[in-house]
Design a protein around this ligand. Structure first.
Ligand SMILES: [Zn+2]
Length: 196
């Protein structure tokens, strides 16, 4: 079964879980839970800076950080990287104990601490075994507005709301204010990143 990255390299999706035969994104309620969480999370991560660049430049000079091209780890504990810093991450993961943190809640923090302490991959560290893919050539995840529209188009009398940060979907009680459309504004899109 073909695997494909969407938006960022790193996370791989089973093509048939995410796309229809026509190559369109499937309605979200047809997508398995874990896959859906990652997909929604990607829309949130897509325009974020590389974690390592951010640590180098800081909040004040965030604009100098490269936009992330690669995502590793689990949703909510993922590490975002640019091509330049991918080797540092891979070195940490493979040679500096990072793999022990895989799947734990401190995965991202541990990499950040290691990197912020001045650790880097040795000059010329390779180990990039993936096939180089131009991120511009990857399918783009749907826009948040598009996700929300798709999520709600089949439901009559029952609205759903996506938490873009966690990828969780909740049903909006119709007893709530009728004018209270399931708004993406409620997702905290402006959250600064990383959190510390
Ligand atoms: Zn970077």
């Amino acid at each position: 079964m073909a695997k494909v990255s969407i938006g960022l390299r790193g996370w791989r999706f089973d093509e048939r879980e995410v796309f229809t035969d026509e190559g369109e994104f499937r309605p979200l309620d047809e997508v398995p839970d874990d896959t859906r969480r990652r997909l929604i999370r990607l829309t949130y991560l897509q325009s974020k800076p590389c974690d390592a660049c951010y640590l180098v430049h800081g909040e004040a000079e965030k604009k100098r950080a490269n936009q992330a091209e690669i995502v590793y780890g689990e949703p909510m504990e993922e590490v975002l990287l640019c091509a330049e810093h991918e080797a540092d991450f891979l070195y940490w993961f493979r040679e500096a104990g990072g793999s022990d943190a895989a799947g734990t809640e401190t995965f991202r923090d541990e990499f950040h601490e290691w990197f912020a302490a001045g650790n880097r991959a040795p000059e010329g560290y390779g180990g990039l075994e993936h096939v180089e893919t131009d991120p511009g050539g990857l399918p783009t995840p749907p826009e948040p507005e598009e996700l929300n529209r798709r999520l709600n188009e089949q439901y009559e009398g029952e609205r759903k709301r996506i938490n873009l940060e966690t990828g969780e979907i909740t049903t909006v009680d119709e007893g709530d204010d009728e004018d209270d459309l399931p708004s993406l504004d409620e997702a905290d899109l402006s959250r600064e990143y990383p959190t510390k």
